[in-house]
Design a protein around this ligand. Sequence first.
Ligand code: MGP
Length: 218
Amino acid sequence: MKMATALVMTTSVPPNPEKDKCEAAIQKVLKIESYMKHPLQNKWALWFFKNDKSKTWQANLRLISKFDTVEDFWALYNHIQLSSNLMCGCDYSLFKDGIEPMWEDDRNRRGGRWLITLSKQQRRADLDRFWMETLLCLVGESFNDFSDDVCGAVINVRAKADKIAVWTTDYENKEAITHIGRVYKERLGVPSKVIIGYQSHADTATKSNSSTKNKFVA
Ligand code: MGP
């Protein structure tokens, strides 16, 4: 009997203030994490364009808000109108913080865009879904090693045809552009027989008719 008591006493865990301190610290970290926002790799800025013909193109462009966490992205997304509810002539642009959503910005000057042109019927069926997927590709850095080439994305709501495009920084970066185009097309679920084109901003800005030549296709 005496032997058993001695055994119990020797196997019971002796007080360990260091371990208790360590556990308290872990609990504290877990508590902080439970209310901490989840950071994105980049800070992003959402812009809105409203076509007012009395103003210049640049003056019609307005910064809505910036965010750099998952939670703030969703808060903003849930707060604004769906693209399909916008008036024709309006745009949303989502760009990395520090890059203005225009050809003239240093990061866009030598760049171009993967362009998705939607048919009239697609406004109801695909427009909002495609734009949401485009936003997720951007904030989720879905293009792996080539995500650095991405500058932003634009949606143009237009009577003739809505457009969505991913802008990249250099139309000569063939490897980055073809990878981004392939992943983007897959993510949108565009059928492989449908061809999408990549055009340089320089060509778009100086085009003389309604079509700009494709530098790449996917
Ligand atoms: P848009 O809004 O990109 O397309 O360009 P939309 O309305 O479908 O017209 P389309 O020409 O593609 O059929 C419309 C016009 O806005 C352009 O012709 C330019 O005058 C002006 N614009 C568009 N962007 C993206 C820029 C830009 O980055 N910089 C400047 N300065 N003007 C731009």
